[in-house]
Ligand binder design. Structure first.
Ligand code: NCD
Length: 479
């Protein structure tokens, strides 16, 4: 992997994020501050999924820095169509440009490509996984608005399951002390592996409850009519979001340990409504996409709670923000989209070494080491390791929470819970069962780990358990 690829928001340290925001502020304020910074550089812009803002602002950013851009905007016009692998594409483009900006429908693709590229790779969206540069734009918008991040509150509403911009944003908000209120229609809640990562990496347990007492805060048709009297709400005043009143919804409250109670949002403070689009293109055939969705209108914003709120959205919006809100002084989404240029200028200048990080010893890039694994594959059908194993050999990272080990796919981050047994290759092939029993010390120094769903499969593959191995019960294998 190129040492300074940016594939996940967690590839940057807090200080590096702040460096980018600060530099973006300077670039935005003073056009002469970045003149010529990118001279002689070429950006490879590979967008194999639709894009307006991300590609447009990345390319604009590079051109404003004085560099050049070569792009692919459709797989059908490149050799990918002829069957060229991602690995080969990465090698070839490394010879043509100084950095690769990649958007791709498979999860983990930026990581896979950066393994084979000699230049930094920036993730511009990998399927439903992450969209870390959108997060930088979102943080920049918040900072411009409030002058700080710590202590802010944000309600993130909509398709939390498949919206990659939301995933990266949540990780970042937790790091910078912003409380998040996550509101999703049933079936679109935050995925389990993201909750686990929040627990593992940030030590935060997402509390999730049926809306219950909050049910009255959600409204379905008929919407409050224009000019109608709107009752003051007592509790968390997120009542302006329209969802069906016949379904229950998830209200997840995230708050850093030791910080104020997640119920203390009274409505007298400023907070941000962050709306997201339903990710219909990521729904499987047969998945219900007609269920009720959230919507913000002028009537919603008329409620006292929202007097001081601002409205953000990564865009494109469909119906979740009514057109009439565009004229409202609280809407920020068009401004937010414009911030994409200075933020990406700053990111490009820093990643290519044309600007200096404030702490040059801190590296951008993946911090965790991954183990090569045989036997088991990632169960996520949209993961790059499933779609194109030639470019993404099975690799997993091992994490321990409260003494229990969990393996997560190194590319898409999904947990691998199917493994019942784990064999270490070596003179004495050792078997651990269940997988949650392996410790980091057990596998230290190992380059390869073989994981099988059953002991039988492992035996068939020529692996023998050690003498200390106790045959697992059928029950535990199933588990
Ligand atoms: C987002 C994306 O592509 O993930 N858009 C963007 O980059 N501004 C959000 C979306 O498409 O819903």
């Amino acid at each position: 992997m190129h040492e300074s690829s940016f594939t996940s928001i967690d590839d940057l340290t807090d200080r590096q994020v702040m460096d980018i925001l600060q530099l973006a502020e300077e670039y935005e304020r003073d056009g002469s501050s970045y003149a010529g910074k990118g001279r002689g550089l070429i950006m490879g812009s590979l967008f194999l999924e639709p894009s307006t803002r991300t590609r447009g602002s990345f390319e604009s950013a590079m051109l404003r820095l004085g560099g050049g851009v070569i792009s692919v905007t459709d797989a059908a016009t490149s050799s990918i169509k002829k069957g060229e692998t991602l690995a080969d594409t990465a090698r070839i483009w490394s010879g043509y440009c100084d950095l690769i900006v990649l958007r791709h429908p498979w999860e983990g693709t930026a990581k896979a490509v950066s393994d084979f590229a000699d230049v930094p790779v920036i993730n511009a969206g990998d399927g439903g996984n992450e969209h870390p540069t959108q997060t930088l734009v979102d943080l920049f918008t918040l900072k411009k608005e409030y002058g700080k991040l710590d202590g802010l509150s944000m309600a993130i509403c909509g398709d939390l399951r498949k919206n990659r911009a939301v995933h990266s944003l949540i990780y970042a908000l937790l790091r910078f002390g912003v409380d998040s209120y996550l509101i999703a229609p049933r079936g679109s809640e935050l995925p389990d592996h993201i909750r686990s990562r929040i627990r593992r990496v940030h030590g935060v347990d997402a509390q999730s409850e049926k809306v219950g007492p909050f049910a009255s805060l959600f409204r379905a048709d008929p919407p409050v009519g224009a000019g109608a009297a709107i009752p003051e709400q007592q509790e968390i005043n997120l009542d302006a979001l329209y969802v069906t009143n016949t379904e229950s919804h998830q209200l997840t409250l995230l708050s850093r340990p030791g910080k104020r109670s997640s119920r203390s949002l009274t409505g007298n403070e400023r907070f941000t409504l962050y709306l997201t689009r339903r990710q219909q293109e990521r729904e499987r055939p047969g998945e219900d996409s007609s269920a009720f969705y959230l919507r913000v209108t002028k009537d919603v914003l008329r409620r006292p709670t929202f007097k001081q709120a601002i409205v953000m959205h990564p865009l494109p919006r469909v119906d979740e923000i009514a057109r009439e809100v565009d004229e409202d002084p609280r809407s920020r989404y068009f401004k937010q989209a414009r911030y994409g240029v200075p933020v990406r200028q700053a990111l490009v200048a820093l990643i290519t070494g044309r600007e200096k990080w404030s702490s040059p010893s801190e590296r951008v890039g993946v911090r965790k080491s991954a183990l090569g694994i045989g036997g088991m594959a990632c169960a996520n059908e949209m993961c790059v390791s499933t779609r194109e194993p030639a470019s993404a050999s099975r690799k997993f990272t091992l994490d321990q929470v409260d003494g229990v080990s969990e393996l997560e796919c190194r590319y898409c981050g999904k947990e691998c819970t199917a493994a019942a047994s784990c064999f270490r290759r070596g003179v004495h092939g050792v078997v651990y069962h269940p997988i949650s029993k392996i410790t980091k010390a057990d596998i230290e120094g190992e380059r390869e780990l073989f994981v099988y769903a059953t002991v039988k499969e492992a035996r068939e593959d020529g692996l023998e358990p050690s003498a200390s191995y106790a045959e697992p019960s059928v029950e535990s294998i199933r588990k």
